[in-house]
Design a protein around this ligand. Structure first.
Ligand code: SAM
Length: 249
């Protein structure tokens, strides 16, 4: 029966053996010559046996395929992880994107801090440039920032500038932080948030505190000082005066 098995039948091919030498079916030499059924099927269809180097080539190709897929996938994951914290502020109730202060703006902030003492906070500290500038002026300065990449970058910059001891950065939502311990508050916000921040600071700050607003002023407070022009304008408000003159309904 084994001898009569058709040579080119569609089923799997095994080493041919007669009933008499069935034992030899499992001899090492036979097993070494054994070819996977799929390969034989392909060989039968094409009528030729592929050289071993071709098999190696296709294996190499599939390895490159895996590598390529891994690199593309990995790159996409990294781009997604880096870009998401920069894009998500656009979808928040108050959209406060990362726009760094200009050199002139920083200069104006520093001018408003002249003769001031006590701890300073930058509300939404971005890449840390205001906190670092304040630390260089001798302030103990803190930045609260939602975007972790910017916080890590700020810490790196503070270290690079040698002010890591006096410039601290935290990954925090500014609406969840209490600012009562700060004597100097700097904010570069957007008009949509200024009223809400005004109310928050009125409740939290001590009388001797000073608030410095960059580019957009607070809606109800009267500034003690204004400096710069255009996008570099900076307003300074004293808590003692905005507490006294609560004009808001
Ligand atoms: C206009 S940028 C100002 C950056 C920096 N203060 C400066 O002047 O260069 C505002 C920053 O606030 C951050 N931000 C937005 N929403 C925030 C939130 N809820 N809590 C903390 N930071 C926030 C943004 O990621 C952005 O870096």
């Amino acid at each position: 029966m084994w001898d009569r098995w058709p040579r080119n039948a569609g089923g799997p091919s095994y080493p041919r053996a007669s009933r008499r030498n069935t034992a030899s079916l499992f001899q090492t030499s036979d097993l070494q010559n054994w070819t996977p059924p799929e390969t034989l099927k392909e060989e039968r269809q094409s009528g030729c046996v592929p050289p071993t180097s071709l098999e190696g080539n296709s294996l190499k190709k599939s390895n490159w395929g895996f590598l390529f897929t891994g690199i593309v996938g990995g790159t996409l994951v990294v781009v997604y992880a880096v870009a998401t914290p920069f894009i998500t502020p656009a979808f928040r109730r108050i959209c406060l994107p990362f726009v760094p202060a200009t050199a002139k703006q920083i200069e104006n902030v520093v001018k408003m801090l002249r003769c001031r003492r006590g701890p300073l906070v930058d509300v939404g500290s971005g890449d840390g440039r205001i906190v670092i500038a304040a630390a260089k002026e001798g302030f103990t300065a803190v930045g609260y920032e939602l975007n972790p990449w910017l916080v890590w970058y700020s810490r790196y910059c503070a270290r690079r500038e040698g002010v890591q001891a006096s410039a601290r950065f935290y990954i925090s939502d500014l609406w969840k932080v209490t600012f009562s311990q700060y004597s100097n508050v700097v904010v570069f916000g957007v008009p949509q948030m200024m009223l809400q921040l005004e109310k928050k600071l009125e409740l939290e700050l001590e009388d001797e505190a000073r608030v410095i607003a960059c580019r957009f002023p607070f809606p109800h407070w009267t500034p003690a000082q204004v400096t710069g022009e255009g996008i570099d304008t900076v307003w300074a408000y004293d808590a003692s005066s905005f507490r006294r003159s609560k004009k808001r309904p």
